[in-house]
Design a protein around this ligand. Structure first.
Ligand SMILES: [Zn+2]
Length: 339
């Protein structure tokens, strides 16, 4: 999912491209893509853009008649210029047609919202009045990058649960996603499983500095691109680098130099946590939840097999490999039959 840096750079790109253009047409191409029914989305037709901004991971297309279209791209959504303007564009959700000032009079420019994949969650919220006070933005926590060290510490410290999840919870601090959570925690040298309410003052200092530095570097990178990228394509220190050597970090926000360790992972159904044990967990490998549940099940099965097997043999886990997460790739080889 795009995070705050991709959306921020894209809002700036759109501002440069369409500035204060007038909206001449709004076409809803997929009924499910419009998440509100009042006001009508085409109530903004005839109005001019005042800004294309960002709140958390949403784009805010604001018009001078008080209406705003809040666009959330979710996982696979993209909002791009649409010179073809085909009748049934692939994965099309909505199209905005703007009138720009050209040398020989107004020129139309269309932007198309698409969503790849099957999730069908990207969409447009048409709102009248202050968009920050209404759904879907009203329940968001403050922008992570706007928080002072002490404000950040207060919000994070009120959560007695794993820090990686706290950083990604938009209702606490907004704009950070999976990649930034991985990168921030590595820079800060803090375990993704650390309890957010138990960080000491030094850790909070490092976490806040790492958060600002990681967001700043990511946004600077996104601003060099011509189009919205995937956060997976952004340069990283740990994210998507499982099994690769630790790079350390020489930038702002962290102390680290490269160590001899390799980047490890904890796999979840929908995402992966990446970390360096030497830098973040005192060398400890974090339990892989998927594997642990799997091991528990197989332990129960092996007990049953001992009961059923007349020769007294049993299945037992093979000698543990060095990296627990690797065991998830080929789970059948993790066990052997012994007598
Ligand atoms: Zn390291």
């Amino acid at each position: 999912m795009p995070e705050m840096p991709e959306i921020q750079a894209h809002a700036e790109r759109m501002t440069t491209a369409i500035g204060s253009a007038e909206l001449v047409k709004f076409e809803l191409l997929n009924f499910a893509g419009l998440k509100t029914f009042n006001p009508a989305a085409d109530a903004a037709v005839g109005a001019s853009l005042t800004s294309v901004g960002r709140r958390a991971k949403s784009l805010l297309i604001a018009f001078d008649n008080g209406h705003t279209h809040v666009v959330h791209l979710m996982q696979g959504g993209r909002l791009r210029p649409d010179p073809k303007r085909s009748k049934k564009p692939r994965n099309g959700i909505a199209r905005w047609v703007f009138a720009l000032d050209g040398p020989d009079g107004p020129v139309e420019e269309a932007w198309l919202l698409t969503e790849a994949g099957t999730e069908r969650k990207a969409g447009v919220w048409a709102v009248d009045g202050d968009p920050l006070e209404q759904e879907p933005l009203s329940n968001l926590g403050p922008e992570a990058i706007d928080l002072s060290r002490d404000e950040f510490a207060t919000l994070i410290g009120a959560q007695s649960r794993r820090l990686h999840g706290v950083l990604r919870t938009q209702g606490i601090v907004s704009g950070l996603g999976r990649m930034l959570a991985n990168e921030i925690l590595f820079r800060a040298g803090i375990s993704p499983f650390a309890n957010a309410s138990k960080l000491d003052e030094d850790e909070l200092d490092r976490l806040h500095a790492a958060m600002l530095a990681a967001v700043e570097e990511a946004t600077a990178h996104e601003r060099t691109l011509d189009d919205i990228g995937k956060s997976a394509d952004r340069p990283s220190l740990v994210h998507n680098r499982a099994g690769e050597p630790c790079l350390g970090c020489h930038g702002k926000g962290k102390k680290t130099t490269a160590c001899d360790d390799t980047i490890r992972t904890v796999e979840y159904r929908k995402y992966t946590v990446f970390y360096c044990p030497t830098h973040q967990t005192n060398g400890k490998t974090l339990a892989d939840n998927t594997t642990s549940k799997f091991l528990k099940l197989l332990r129960q099965l092996s007990e049953l097999l001992v009961f059923l097997c007349p020769s007294g043999g049993t299945f037992r886990p093979r000698r543990p490999r060095q990296q627990v997460p690797q065991m998830t790739g080929n789970s059948s080889s993790c066990f052997e039959f012994v007598r």
